[in-house]
Design a protein around this ligand. Structure first.
Ligand code: LLP
Length: 423
């Protein structure tokens, strides 16, 4: 492909039979582009973590809930979670049966919880209060409890979801209270789950936390222990965002060896015959997605050279929300690359914080260029918003045969007007 900076996508043939310019001409920008081969490969990496027959990869759909992607993920044999009625609807559209959807939610209203129960999903609750609510709504039902194992990990404080400083889970010191509420409503404790946080690049913390969950399970009274069908260690598996610096990948072989040995020996020791789950979101979808955007203007203000694009933080929030790094490629149909210079890539939102990439040494970006934001498949579209009344972008899938197909059309003003009708 003729491009100014595209060695990474060229090396993996990301765009298949089509070019970024053809995609932009056909569907406009900003545009999320996904690659089916990469998505399938990531699903297979995860399934290969353990050959234990009760080992299940449960995809956390909050990372990306496009039903076309969910169908591929289902085809690869992964189950899913849902954390809201909307996610439940997307899972269902993709063909998931209620028994393959774990409803792992937070601070539900009674109506939301009832919807999940009525749908037939197993629900995980993450406070004593929600456990009591569950019991009131579904006396005698099966329920899971989210444990806070006391240790957390993540790329940013905002995504560390266990330990002393988070709202999540119930501490192991409240086991007696859990048992009392189960007893009060004659509930069956079908499982325990946890999620320590998002993005680890070394296996140790995850494996330590898995050990803690198993220990907590073992401490349950024998009659309750026997009810357990699911022990869910959560997600958090990291991906290397610094592609052009050749950042090392998470060592999945080492993680797999540790996990497989842990679950096998623990099952043998305790007689547990249920499932063991991991619940990755990012690892499944991040690398199969690139966000294409158009450079609309370039300018220098004081000491900073800006490349202005149509990728505002309404389209990709991660850099603004967490200071996250995404590598950037530059695609140009005609013209040569000038020597690299320091540039700051920004969007079209009315805030100075609307920065996609700060002070990057990149070949000079010109107005009219296309840029590709790498590793945008996870928490990209799923966190996009209508801020500044900008429209949610379109999504395209490059299929295994290299052809591209639209899997979500771009929003229009009519979509925004729709929910105001009759008001
Ligand atoms: N399970 C539960 C209960 C979760 O809350 C999460 C993510 C996952 C699984 C999947 O975690 P993952 O494997 O994707 O790390 N928006 C942030 C990430 C927030 C993750 C929240 N929970 C980001 O863009 O980095």
């Amino acid at each position: 492909m003729f491009a100014i900076r595209s060695q990474y996508t060229d090396s993996i043939n990301f765009f298949g039979e089509i070019t970024p310019h053809e995609l932009a001409d056909a569907h406009g920008t900003p545009l999320y582009v996904y690659n089916e081969n990469i998505l399938r490969q990531r699903c297979r990496d995860l399934k290969a973590l353990s050959s234990y027959e009760g080992f299940v990869v449960n995809y956390s759909v909050k990372a990306n809930s496009n039903p076309a992607l969910l169908k591929i993920i289902r085809d690869e044999g992964l189950t899913v979670d849902a954390m809201s009625p909307g996610e439940l609807a997307m899972d269902t559209l993709a063909g998931y049966e209620p028994e393959d959807i774990l409803y792992i939610s937070n601070n539900n209203t009674p109506a939301e919880m009832l919807e999940a129960i009525t749908h037939g999903c197993l629900v995980s609750v993450d406070s004593l209060c929600q456990l009591d609510m569950y019991g009131t709504l579904n006396r005698g039902g099966r329920v899971m409890v989210r444990i806070n194992p006391g240790i957390g990990e993540g790329h940013n404080a905002k995504v560390i979801t266990a330990g002393a400083n988070t709202k999540f889970g119930i501490g192991a010191d409240r086991l007696d209270d859990i048992l009392a509420i189960l007893n009060k409503h004659e509930l069956v404790l079908s499982g325990l789950n946890q999620h320590i946080g998002s993005l680890f690049m070394k296996p140790d913390g995850f494996l330590d936390a898995a050990g803690i969950l198993l220990q907590i399970a073992e401490n349950l009274p024998p009659d309750v222990f026997r009810q357990l069908e699911i022990l869910d260690f959560g997600g958090g598996f990291g991906i290397p965002y610094h592609k052009y610096d050749h950042e090392e990948r998470l060592d999945m072989a080492a993680l797999g060896r540790g996990l497989d040995a842990t679950i096998r020996s623990w099952a043998a020791k305790t007689g547990y015959r249920g499932r063991f789950l991991v619940e990755p979101g990012r690892y499944v979808v991040a690398e199969c997605g690139i966000l294409l955007g158009r450079v609309t203007s370039v300018k220098s203000n004081a000491h900073t050279h800006y490349a202005g694009t149509d990728i505002g933080f309404n389209v990709l929030q991660r850099p603004v929300m967490y200071d996250s790094f995404h590598d950037i490629e530059i695609y140009r149909q005609k013209g040569d690359s000038e020597k690299p210079m320091m540039q700051t890539v920004v969007g079209n939102i009315c805030e100075s914080g609307d920065i996609l990439a700060k002070n990057r040494l990149l070949p000079k970006i010109e107005a009219g260029d296309l840029i590709g934001v790498l590793d945008a498949g996870a928490y990209g579209f799923s966190m996009a918003s209508n801020y500044n009344q900008r429209f949610l972008p379109a999504e395209v899938l490059i299929s295994a045969d290299g052809s591209a197909r639209l899997i979500r059309r771009r929003q229009t003003a009519r979509d925004l007007e729709e929910c105001l009708k009759g008001i």
